[in-house]
Design a protein around this ligand. Structure first.
Ligand code: FAD
Length: 392
């Protein structure tokens, strides 16, 4: 029944990277995205070398670097005292060590670059396609969309995000609300209300809160993300995480951090969710990818990076196992198992580490004193803690 296509459900960073990686091997790929156009929110994204190495392999890194920024340092400051605790050197030595740069860029630029690369590779890109059901049948899958259209393919890749419908067929778990909420803002440089560094990613952390800052688009835009633990969440307030809470949370921080808060967008806020790792991403001929498979708290800035790793890993696995034009069920099963066997341990580890990282950033009291002591003692070229993430 299959017409040989690989069907990708969801055209975010994960789905488009997977589509591009698979299409580069000469396979027919169709992306079904429910939104009327391929779009990302207009904020920034950090891409560590575990992702940029792969973007290079996919032929799109130069385009990303052209519109992005290569920061020199990742700086960690105490948000209460303003003290600089440590930094990670992101310069030439870092790039050599990991075989790729640390890039910060506008999300919509990355999405545009991926869409263009997919188009050039012959990927069929469809918008307004809300996938309702996926059925495994002898020889392939049939996907049915809300507009009544059907698509058949060899297999389906569910890259449909945190609230993935396909994940619901594998597990009855729900997104876990951390009680933290993020406010973002990517604004022209002259609209930024506080001090800026155009050569660094700066993280300020304090009890129950943090602020991340970095430049975008060659320094023409400045991106900020402020995150805090909502008292209203704990109290069961339906309006938890509102802008009054934002102002109250950051009122105790040092002047540089306080000055940043008015530049944030106030009309939108992003509650921070993750889920427990799953030990299976596969049902029939449908496999999960990206946030659908392993949504994580954003403290390691790895959610999109891991989705990019997933896409390249899946394409490699299909290459190794699907050698016939019309692959048999055993080969498809082998390929999808090989992909999830490679990806689940790594992404589960990063999901768990992101939670620990958040606890460390947000700790108070003696814990904060000890953290600051350890941070101030470390050498700036000590990469032990990021080696397992950036180096794998
Ligand atoms: P999504 O981006 O959620 O895409 C899913 C797509 O599927 C969407 O386009 C959606 O419309 C579509 N879809 C959903 N259901 C259907 C359906 N039924 N049919 C068809 N289409 C459907 N990660 C990093 O690596 N670096 C960072 O610096 C970073 N910063 C972050 C900051 C914040 C505040 C947050 C919240 C996250 C951050 N992340 C970061 C995480 C990163 O944004 C996500 O992990 C990543 O975008 C996930 O991509 P995805 O393609 O898997 O899912």
């Amino acid at each position: 029944m299959s017409d040989g296509e690989i069907l990708v459900i969801g055209g975010g960073i994960g789905g488009l990277t997977a589509a591009l990686a698979i299409a580069r091997s000469g396979r027919a790929v169709r992306v079904l995205e429910r939104a009327p156009e391929f779009a990302e929110i207009g904020a920034g994204l950090q891409l560590a070398p575990n992702a940029t190495r792969l973007l290079d392999r996919l032929g799109v890194l130069d385009a990303c670097v052209e519109v992005g920024v290569l920061p020199e340092r990742l700086v960690f400051n105490d948000a209460l005292t303003g003290e600089r605790l440590t930094h990670l050197d992101l310069g030439e030595g870092f790039r050599r060590r990991y075989g790729g740069p640390y890039v910060v860029m506008h999300r919509s630029d990355l999405l545009r670059i991926l869409v263009e690369a997919c188009r050039a590779q012959g990927v069929a890109l469809e918008n307004g396609k809300q996938v309702d059901t996926v059925t495994t049948e002898p020889g392939g899958v049939t996907v049915t969309c809300a507009d009544g259209s059907h698509h058949t393919g060899v297999l389906a890749v569910a890259a449909d995000g945190l609230r993935s419908g396909s994940r619901g067929r594998l597990s009855d778990d729900e997104p876990i609300d951390s009680g933290y909420v993020a406010y973002r803002g990517a604004v022209p440089l002259d609209e930024v209300t506080g001090p800026v560094s155009l050569s660094e990613v700066v993280v300020w952390f304090g009890p129950g809160l943090h602020l991340v800052q970095y430049p975008l688009r060659s320094g023409r835009l400045f991106n900020q993300v402020a995150v805090f633990r909502s008292p209203g969440f704990a109290a069961g307030d339906p309006d938890w995480g509102n802008p009054d809470e934002l102002d109250a949370a950051f009122s105790v921080t040092c002047e540089s951090v306080r000055m940043a808060i008015p530049s944030l967008w106030r009309t939108n806020r992003w509650p921070m969710y993750d889920r427990e790792p799953l030990d299976n991403w596969l049902t029939g001929r449908t496999v999960l990818l990206g946030d659908a498979a392993h949504p994580m708290l954003q403290y390691l800035a790895q959610g999109a990076c891991q989705a990019i790793e997933d896409g390249v890993s899946l394409a490699g696995s299909l290459d190794r196992h699907l050698t016939d034009a019309v692959p048999d069920a055993v080969s498809v099963d082998k390929a999808l198992h090989a992909y999830q066997d490679e990806r689940i341990p790594r992404t589960a580890h990063i999901q768990r580490t992101a939670r620990i990282w958040g606890d460390m950033w947000h700790i108070d009291g003696v814990g904060a004193l000890l953290r600051n002591e350890v941070f101030t003692q470390r050498a700036v070229d000590d990469y032990r803690h990021v080696d397992p993430i950036y180096g794998a």
